[in-house]
Every structure is written in C-alpha cells, then in structure tokens.
Design a protein around this ligand. Structure first.
Ligand SMILES: [Zn+2]
Length: 193
C-alpha cells in the first residue's frame, strides 16, 4: 500500500481541482474515505486469508469492479434524492477515488500486484514504473519503520505530481471552462479558490 495519507490526498486534490458544484465537502470526505476503503482487506490476514487470495490484500477490494460497486451503492443509498446529473457526478467521483487506490498501489515497489480485474481475472498487476516505496500495513508500523524514506518517496512521486495536476486542472478551468462550473452555483470564486 501507499500510505492512507497519500490515497486521501489524491482524492481530495482531484475533487478540489475539478471545482464541480456537486463536489461539496461531505462528498469530498466520502471520496477520501473511498480512497482508503480498499485496504480493509488487511483484516483478512487475521483470519488466515493469504495475500494472493481473492479476498487477500490487493485482491477484490482493489479491483475496478469493487470501485464500481462501492460508488454505485453509496451514491444510490446516500444521494438517492439528488438529481440524476448530480448522482452521476458524485458516482463518477467516488468511483475514481476508489479506483485511484489500486493505481497508486500498482506503483509501489513491494508486495504483490493489484488484482484490477478481480473477480473475473485474479492476475496481479504492477505498472512498469514503480517508484513509490511500499508503506507498511498499520499506522504503528508506518511510524516505526522507514517513515522518513516512505514520506520522501510519496511526496516526490504522489504529492508533487498531484499538486502539479491540481494546478494544471485549475489553470485549464480558469482558461475557459470555469464559466460552466460557476454559473448560478455561488461558488466562493474569490481569491485562490
Ligand atoms: Zn491498498
């Protein structure tokens, strides 16, 4: 895993960069939560489930299928009274937040790969480019281990590119697309927002 902080940071920055009116703070917090949820599979270690199993770490809960299932379920239950357009926007955001977890994990330099296509295909995948230092499971281990090395790696390969993406998206919005997102929605709009 990359650390939970980095997963949540990517989800938050992506949501803030898009500036879409449906991406309110509660939705952003839900997106940050979704970006961390796939690692609930570590519970399986305590029940004898092996890393490489269907329910093992980086297995089903890290798949595209799970991201779709989670985002559709949350949107359908939590936001069922919203308009179809709002539900679509929130659903896509929650899907991207959840799916981003596996993408980041597939860039780490340790453990097994990510079962992106589980449960249909159990193959574990890594990207060819894996610069992110693996983060230990469990927050205690994180701070006891090579925390500084991991943080430097994540800042370099996750946080800085994410900030770069954030600035580019914001720039693009200011160049021409901002009129669409600001029309009649009373966004703060002032200053750096
Ligand atoms: Zn993970």
């Amino acid at each position: 895993m990359a650390s939970a902080f980095s997963h949540a940071f990517v989800a938050l920055a992506s949501g803030k960069a898009l500036q879409h009116p449906v991406l309110t703070w509660p939705v952003l917090f839900l997106g940050m939560t979704c970006s961390i949820v796939p690692d609930v599979d570590v519970i399986g270690f305590y029940f004898g489930i092996h890393y490489g199993d269907l329910w093992g770490h980086r297995g089903l809960t890290h798949s595209i299928f799970f991201a779709a299932l989670l985002s559709v379920t949350l949107t359908g239950v939590w936001y069922r009274q919203k308009s179809s357009a709002a539900k679509a926007g929130i659903g896509v955001y929650l899907f991207l937040c959840t799916a981003s977890h596996g993408v980041l994990d597939a860039m780490t330099d340790g453990g097994l790969g990510v079962a992106f296509f589980s449960p249909f295909d159990a193959t574990r995948y890594f990207f060819p480019f894996r610069p992110v230092a693996i983060s230990p499971i469990g927050i205690g281990d994180f701070f006891n281990g090579n925390a500084v090395q991991i943080l430097v790696s994540e800042v370099t390969w996750i946080w800085l590119p994410t900030i770069g993406m954030f600035l580019i998206l914001r720039g693009l919005l200011h160049l021409g697309f901002d009129r669409f997102s600001q029309n009649g929605h009373g966004l703060p709009g002032s200053g750096e927002q």
